[in-house]
Design a protein around this ligand. Structure first.
Ligand code: LRH
Ligand code: MN
Ligand code: MN
Length: 430
């Protein structure tokens, strides 16, 4: 196995923290035991949990106004997966990578697959891109892709998705995520019904090319890049798509793709109930699709989403197996640090949700005791579960304090000396 960070560095950083961690863990174990909770069982679930890293997340992002690159930015998919493996080595919570084609240019797929295995990484859902034009493509996506008025443009977009499936097959991926920017900027610019009909027809062609053991995720988003109307704008439309396509089609929920204040946890519950929750793109936001670090703005909402997931897991909800991925853009931080913290935030929300006393909650719900019901959730959320997460990481060979160990390793300075500085300038997320 190729290790990007020497184990000595991790061991040295862990050594100064281990005694405190053990004390904190034992204290929490005693506290939880008084609540009838076995800390070991929670730790086991947290250890088994993983969230996929988006390949596009390890480069510095940008806005439509500017991009301010960091140092040592990955030059290609091989650099990107090396960075992803650092995140996994230190956090032990990110065993897979989600690719984005053609942002990730892969000439030799078996070389990439081998490199992935050498780094201990697998490949999660493939992402297609028909929201920007690749150099030399025959038809532009300026006015849409899968819903475009022109049949040849739609065909090109379908073919690209089929190609993503072929790439994924070689790499061992088992899902395709489709997000399109199709929509309009002016009332009257496009016919809502006709464009959705065309979109569905295109998606049916993609669905026909999907292997039997694959799942197709469609991702809704309220607005942007289209600002008046968007073809797949909300979870209702997304659910219709999944219904129309068939049993291998599911809805993907990107937390940033809703209007502020929308009750996302309830959307999650609805999709679980009707067996159409495909997965997540975790991130956080204040205004729109801000792509901020997961849990950085509203960790309680993240917890409430996980509360629904654990509720479904606890009652063995039929067909419940959502994919978990991060999807964020890092403008002012080192992407590796942001992604490590985000993976830990997701694990934290999971651990906290596992602490909810579900029997008590049900009782309060049945007796209409609103105050105690909400307090039941709050008491789980308020529990400081960091010792569980840190112990799980430590026992798996990771870092007790990933960001500190990463900084001690000098990884960023090392890659900065090997990888040429990338350009600043206009907007864009890659
Ligand atoms: C669209 C989106 C989608 C894309 C990614 C780069 O806003 O969330 O998932 O593939 O960003
Ligand atoms: Mn997304
Ligand atoms: Mn997004």
């Amino acid at each position: 196995m190729t290790l990007m960070i020497k184990n000595d560095v991790i061991d040295a950083d862990n050594a100064v923290r281990l005694a405190d961690l053990k004390a904190d863990y034992d204290y929490l174990a005693a506290q939880l035991s008084r609540r009838g909770i076995d800390i070991g069982a929670i730790k086991e679930k947290v250890s088994a949990y993983g969230v996929a890293i988006p390949s596009w997340g390890v480069g510095t992002g940008g806005t439509r106004f500017a991009r301010f690159p960091g140092t040592g930015e990955p030059r290609n998919i091989f650099d990107k997966i090396e960075d992803c493996s650092v995140i996994q080595q230190l956090t032990r919570a990110t065993p897979t990578v989600s690719l984005h084609i053609p942002w990730d240019k892969v000439d030799d797929l078996s070389e990439l697959k081998e490199k992935g295995s050498a780094l201990g990484l697998g490949f999660d859902a493939m992402n297609s891109n028909t929201f920007s034009d690749a150099p030399d493509q025959a038809h532009s996506y300026k006015f849409g892709s899968l819903s475009h008025a022109d049949a040849a443009t739609r065909r090109q977009a379908v073919d690209h998705n089929l190609e993503c499936i072929e790439i994924g097959k070689v790499l061992g991926s088992r899902a395709l995520t489709v997000w399109v920017g199709d929509g309009s900027n002016f009332p009257g610019q496009s016919n809502f019904t006709r464009s959705f009909e065309r979109y569905l027809e295109s998606m049916k062609a993609i669905y026909r090319g999907l292997p039997d053991d694959w799942r197709l995720f469609t991702e809704h988003k309220m607005f942007e890049p289209a600002f008046y109307s968007t073809v797949v704008q909300d979870w209702g439309t997304n659910y219709l798509i999944a219904q129309e396509l068939g049993p291998k089609a599911y809805c993907l929920v990107d937390l940033g793709h809703h209007a502020p204040n929308v009750n996302i946890e309830m959307i999650v519950a609805r999709l679980i109930q009707f067996k159409k929750l495909g997965g997540f793109h975790f991130n956080d936001s204040k205004y729109g699709d801000d792509d901020l670090d997961t849990g950085s703005i509203d960790p309680y909402r993240l917890f409430l989403v996980f509360n629904e997931l654990v509720d479904a897991e606890t009652r063995n909800a039929e067909g419940f197996a959502p994919a978990h991925m991060l999807d964020q853009s890092h403008n002012v931080t080192d992407p590796i640090e942001s992604l490590m913290n985000s993976a830990m935030e997701v694990s934290r929300a999971y651990a906290q949700a596992l602490l909810v006393d579900r029997k008590a909650l049900e009782g309060y719900q049945e007796s209409n005791d609103a105050l105690m019901a909400t307090e039941t959730l709050k008491s789980a959320f308020r529990t400081h579960v960091e010792p569980i997460l840190a112990m799980a990481r430590f026992e798996a060979g990771g870092a007790i304090a990933p960001v500190a160990a990463y900084r001690a390793s000098g990884y960023r300075a090392k890659v900065a000396s090997e990888r040429p500085a990338s350009k600043s300038g206009g907007g864009g997320i890659v």
